[in-house]
Design a protein around this ligand. Structure first.
Ligand SMILES: NC(=O)c1ccc[n+]([C@@H]2O[C@H](COP(=O)([O-])OP(=O)(O)OC[C@H]3O[C@@H](n4cnc5c(N)ncnc54)[C@H](OP(=O)(O)O)[C@@H]3O)[C@@H](O)[C@H]2O)c1
Ligand SMILES: [Zn+2]
Ligand SMILES: [Zn+2]
Length: 351
């Protein structure tokens, strides 16, 4: 065991503050990394404030962060993919049972015995896992990803959650050239969804509650932008979408989007508001539409996504912040005021 610096929340109502945490010494299959950047996901905020208490109650102290890019400082004797000095990345999962059918299919996100990067039982040290708002982390190499060498590292960190969470459902629901695709909510996930849908050749329409984001949406790859509070603008798109990805973090009217799907169209929720959404079933029945959800993505697909980003030169648009600004960043997330992901420069933790 060794000690490392971190930022943690002591309760649902206290701000994040500096702390010292323990990490295990790397075992033979482990990679130890110095964390360079960690993205700030809205899930970090939901979790530290215990907003998901009915589904995944928070254990305190909580060290969030699951969009991690770092440099390998040590590799165990059985590690084959990494050596000290390599750039490497870790996302939302750090382990799974590796034996269930989901793991064998490379879909570790569905493993009944998976270990999330933070707030999950820690098999090695007891207590819960601690995430990327820290200086150093130790992870089994199976859950460590390779980063294409052409990508900016601050902008790469958010790919590890916002990237894979939007890429995976788009691949699953076959987003391709001929398709009309909607993205709801232009935040961290939403702006990545726009980049991917555009790169996959779809006709992309962004739905936003923030008129001030219209220009940006076009620059990010949207063909059309709709301010969702404008009913006339919404009505123009009725019954026309093949696929809509909903990345909204708060309660909203889902039926407004179900009505925009064509026959057999699908709307997938990746946004995870704490309160249930009301789904009027007739909107689904009449056009055989479907409403589904999707969690992050498996390790093989996460690597595929990173390689896709390398090939298309895709990274997140980030505001790089020192860790000392994290509480301010959370307040701005609540106000939908981020362009379009905060990425923490972890060197600031040593300051
Ligand atoms: N399924 C998964 O595996 C997974 C993975 C990561 C995150 N998530 C969840 O996905 C959600 C989005 O995460 P994020 O990091 O992208 O958050 P974010 O950066 O805060 O973006 C959320 C966006 O939703 C829109 N929005 C916020 N409040 C709204 C409201 N009351 N009504 C309508 N629109 C609203 C805003 O976009 P506009 O300004 O454009 O309207 C905002 O920028 C969170 O709930 C997060 O926990 C899920
Ligand atoms: Zn996340
Ligand atoms: Zn499994």
């Amino acid at each position: 065991m060794y000690k490392t610096k971190a930022y943690s929340a002591a309760s649902a109502t206290t701000p994040l503050a500096g702390a010292t945490i323990a990490r295990r010494d790397p075992t033979e299959h482990d990679v130890q990394m110095e964390i360079l950047y960690c993205g700030v996901c809205h899930s970090d905020l939901h979790q530290t404030r215990n907003e998901w208490k009915n589904v995944m109650p928070t254990v305190y102290p909580c060290v969030p962060g699951h969009e991690i890019v770092g440099r390998v400082t040590k590799a165990g004797s059985a590690v084959t993919k990494f050596k000290p000095g390599d750039v490497a990345a870790v996302g939302c999962m750090v382990d799974s049972d590796r034996t269930c059918p989901e793991c064998q299919a490379g879909l570790e996100q569905f493993c009944p015995n998976g270990t999330l990067t933070y707030n999950a039982p820690d098999k090695h040290l007891g207590g819960v896992t601690y995430g990327g708002y820290s200086s150093s982390i130790v992870v089994d190499e199976r859950f460590v990803l390779k980063v294409p060498s052409n990508l900016d590292l601050a902008g790469t960190a958010p790919l590890l959650c916002a990237g894979i969470t939007t890429y995976s459902p788009m691949r699953h629901w076959s987003v391709t050239k001929e398709k009309k695709v909607g993205v709801v909510g232009l935040g961290g996930l939403g702006h990545m969804a726009v980049k991917f849908a555009h790169a996959l050749g779809a006709h992309v329409v962004v739905f936003t509650t923030s008129p001030g984001k219209k220009e940006d949406a076009r620059r990010l790859g949207a063909d059309e932008v709709v301010v969702s509070r404008n009913a006339d603008e919404m009505q123009k798109h009725a019954g026309s979408f093949d696929f809509i990805l909903d990345a909204v973090s708060a309660e909203h009217d889902i039926n407004a989007y179900i009505e925009l799907l064509r026959r057999d169209g699908n709307i997938t929720m990746v946004g995870a508001p704490d309160k249930p959404l009301a789904v009027p079933v007739f909107g689904l029945i009449f056009k055989r539409r479907s409403f589904s959800g999707s969690p992050i993505g498996g390790i093989p697909e996460t690597q595929e996504m990173l390689d896709f980003c390398g090939a298309h030169n895709i990274t997140a648009d980030v505001e790089v912040i020192p860790i000392q600004k994290i509480n301010e960043a959370y307040e701005r997330l609540v106000k939908a005021d981020v362009k379009y992901r905060f990425s923490i420069d972890m060197a600031s933790l040593e300051a």
